[in-house]
Write a protein that binds this ligand. Structure first.
Ligand code: FEO
Ligand code: CA
Ligand code: CA
Ligand code: CA
Length: 547
C-alpha cells in the first residue's frame, strides 16, 4: 500500500548522531544527489560555476544563492518545475567590487527551473526549457489589492503605484491549488538605507529596522535609497505570486495579504470554496495572519483563480488561555481601524498591518516562522523560532516560556477561530530541559530548538528543520517529530554541513524522494560543500532518497 511504501521511504530510520562536518549527513540507508547550487547555469551556453568569473550579466542566468523555501510542481513522474527562494546575497553583504555587487544584486529573488530525469533516473536541470529563469530585483511585477495605485505607493520608479519590480528577502513561501508559487518577503530592510528620523514613514520603517546603513545595494538602484525614492520600500514586505508556466507575465505583489516581514504563505481551499492563506511576521512580538478570499475557488479555472488573492479580508490571530483562538478581521472603519488612528482607507490598513494588529490587540508571538497544514487532519501548525526578548512580564497564552527557544502550536481552525494546543515546546535559551516538552524517549540529538521550516510527508507526519546556529552547543538538522502520550517524540534524520541550515523540505508524491535546500554553508570558511574540490562552499538543493 501507499502507506507502507512511504514508511519504507522515510519514516523508518535509525537516528543520526549529531556530528557536523563539511559534509551533509543522513540517517543510515539514505543518500543525496546534488540538483543545483549557487552560480550553476540555469540556461544553456554558460560555463560551469567559477567564483572568480562571476559577472553581473551572467548571474541573471545562473542559480541564485542562499536557497530557502522551495516547491516542486510535479508535471509527470519524470518532469517538474522547481521554484527556489534565494533569500540574500550568497557571499554576504560586502562584495569586494562594483561588478560583484551587481552580480549579488542579480543573485537574489527566486530561481525557477524545469527539471527532468536523466538516463539514470536522477533529476537534472533542463537548461533549454523556456521555464528555466531567474527572478531578480528587476523582474517586472504589479501591486494588487487595496494598496495598488494608492498615493503612498507612487514613486519615481512607479508613477502609477501599480507597476513595480523585483522581490527581496524571499524566505519561506507556499503554492496554490491552481499551480502558482508564493514567495514571502521577509528581511527586506537590509536592501534600503536613508535617514529615518523625521521621515514621513518613520514609524513604519523603524519597525522594519531600516536605517542609514545596511543597504546591500547602495549605488546600484535608486529605489533602495530612502532619501529619494522612499515609497519604493512600501512595495516590499509582501507576499508575491509567480506563475511558473508564464515566464512573461509580471508577478503579483499582493497587498491584500498585508505588509510585514512575511515568513511564508500556506494556502488551503475551505469546504465552502473560499481560499485561506496563512502567513506569519518573523520578528519578535509580531503576529500571525490569515487572509480569506472574497471569491470562491473554481476547480480547473486557472486564470480566474489567479485573481483570488486580490480581494478579501485579512485577519490577525488572538490566542486565549482557554485553548481557543479568534481571527480578528482587519477591515477599515471597523473597531479601532479608523481615520482617528491614522487609517484613512483599507490601503493604510494593508500597508501598516502591524500597527492595525496592535490596535486590534492581537497576540504578539515568539518570532512566527513557517506554517504547515497537516494533509490528514487539516490542522494548522505554527512554528515559533524563539524570542530572546520575551521576559517574564511579557508572557501570554500562546508564548509561555521566558526567553523561549521556540515552540510549535497546533490549531484546529473552524474559520473565524478554533481550538489550539502546544504541539511541542522546545525549551529555553539557557538550554534548561525542564522547559521542553519532548518525550523521555527523545534523545539529546533528537531534541531541537528554533524550529524554522517544516513539511508534512504523505502520511501526515511532521518533519522539522531548525535555524539554531546561535544556540550554544546545538547542531542544526532535520527531524521527524510526532506527538505521543509522553510528549513530542523527535528523531534526528539529517545534519547539514557545518554552518549551514536546512530549509524548504518538499516530499515528492512518489513517497520516495525529498528535496531539501542547504542554506549558507559558505559561512564556514573551511567548508567545501557540495563540490568537495577546489571550489568554496555554496548553497545548494539536494534530492534525498533511500539508497
Ligand atoms: Fe528567513 Fe524567518 O527566516
Ligand atoms: Ca525561515
Ligand atoms: Ca529563521
Ligand atoms: Ca532560516
Amino acid at each position: 500500500s501507499g502507506k507502507e511504501e512511504t514508511q519504507k521511504g522515510f519514516t523508518a530510520f535509525e537516528e543520526l548522531p549529531a556530528r557536523q562536518a563539511s559534509g551533509l549527513r543522513l540517517a543510515q540507508g539514505f543518500v543525496y544527489k546534488n540538483l543545483c547550487a549557487f552560480g550553476d547555469p540555469l540556461k544553456a551556453g554558460l560555463e560551469s560555476y567559477d567564483p572568480k568569473k562571476l559577472s553581473a550579466e551572467e548571474q541573471k542566468n545562473r542559480f541564485g544563492g542562499a536557497c530557502d523555501f522551495l516547491h516542486v510542481f510535479e508535471q509527470s513522474a519524470d518532469e517538474a518545475i522547481i521554484c527556489i527562494n534565494n533569500e540574500f546575497p550568497e557571499h554576504g553583504q560586502h562584495p569586494d567590487s562594483k561588478e560583484r555587487k551587481k552580480a549579488a544584486y542579480h543573485s537574489v529573488g527566486v530561481s525557477v527551473a524545469a527539471i527532468k530525469r536523466d538516463k539514470d533516473k536522477n533529476w537534472e536541470v533542463n537548461l533549454s526549457s523556456p521555464y528555466s529563469r531567474r527572478i531578480t530585483p528587476e523582474t517586472k511585477a504589479v501591486i494588487t489589492g487595496p494598496a495598488a495605485g494608492h498615493e503612498r505607493m507612487k514613486s519615481k520608479a512607479s508613477p502609477d503605484g501599480i507597476v513595480s519590480a523585483g522581490t527581496l528577502g524571499n524566505c519561506a513561501g507556499g503554492y496554490t491549488p491552481w499551480g502558482t508559487y508564493l514567495t514571502a518577503e521577509e528581511n527586506v530592510q537590509g536592501y534600503f538605507s536613508g535617514e529615518i528620523k523625521g521621515h514621513k514613514e518613520e514609524p513604519n520603517f523603524k519597525r522594519f529596522g531600516m536605517n542609514k546603513k545596511g543597504n546591500f545595494f547602495a549605488g546600484i538602484d535608486p529605489r533602495f535609497d530612502l532619501d529619494s525614492e522612499y515609497q519604493s520600500a512600501l512595495h516590499f514586505g509582501l507576499v508575491v505570486e509567480i506563475d511558473p508556466l508564464k515566464p512573461n507575465e509580471p508577478m503579483k505583489k499582493h497587498s491584500m495579504l498585508g505588509r510585514c516581514k512575511h515568513e511564508c504563505a500556506k494556502v488551503r481551499v475551505r469546504k465552502d470554496g473560499y481560499v485561506e492563506v496563512y502567513t506569519s511576521d518573523d520578528q519578535g512580538f509580531e503576529y500571525i495572519y490569515k487572509f480569506v478570499s472574497a471569491k470562491k475557488y473554481k476547480e480547473g479555472d486557472r486564470d480566474y483563480n489567479k485573481s483570488l488573492l486580490e480581494s478579501g479580508v485579512l485577519h490577525v490571530a488572538k490566542f486565549a488561555e482557554d485553548g481557543t483562538m479568534k481571527w480578528l478581521p482587519m477591515v477599515h472603519g471597523q473597531g479601532p481601524l479608523t481615520e482617528k488612528n491614522g487609517f484613512r482607507s483599507q490601503a493604510d490598513v494593508q500597508i501598516d498591518s502591524r500597527k492595525a494588529a496592535d490596535l486590534l490587540e492581537a497576540t504578539p508571538m515568539d518570532r512566527p516562522e513557517d506554517i504547515d497544514i497537516n494533509p490528514k487532519t487539516g490542522n494548522i501548525f505554527f512554528f515559533m523560532t524563539g524570542n530572546r526578548g520575551r521576559s517574564a512580564s511579557k508572557l501570554n497564552a500562546a508564548n509561555k516560556v521566558e526567553q523561549g527557544a521556540g515552540h510549535i502550536i497546533e490549531l484546529n481552525d473552524q474559520g473565524d477561530g478554533g481550538e489550539w494546543s502546544f504541539f511541542v515546546i522546545c525549551g529555553k535559551f539557557s538550554g534548561d530541559p525542564a522547559y521542553s516538552s519532548f518525550s523521555k524517549e527523545t534523545t539529546l540529538q533528537g531534541c531541537f530548538v528554533y524550529p524554522d521550516n517544516g513539511a508534512f510527508d504523505l502520511n501526515g507526519e511532521l518533519w522539522v528543520c531548525s535555524d539554531g546556529y546561535s544556540f550554544p552547543g546545538f547542531t542544526d538538522g532535520m527531524w521527524h517529530c510526532q506527538k505521543t502520550e509522553g510528549g513530542a517524540l523527535s528523531k534526528r534524520f539529517a545534519t547539514p554541513p557545518k554552518a549551514a541550515e536546512f530549509t524548504g523540505p518538499y516530499f515528492m508524491k512518489n513517497g520516495k524522494e525529498l528535496f531539501l535546500s542547504v542554506q549558507h554553508p559558505a559561512t564556514n570558511p573551511s567548508g567545501s560543500f557540495p563540490d568537495f574540490n577546489h571550489l568554496p562552499a555554496r548553497s545548494a538543493v539536494v534530492v534525498i532518497s533511500r539508497s
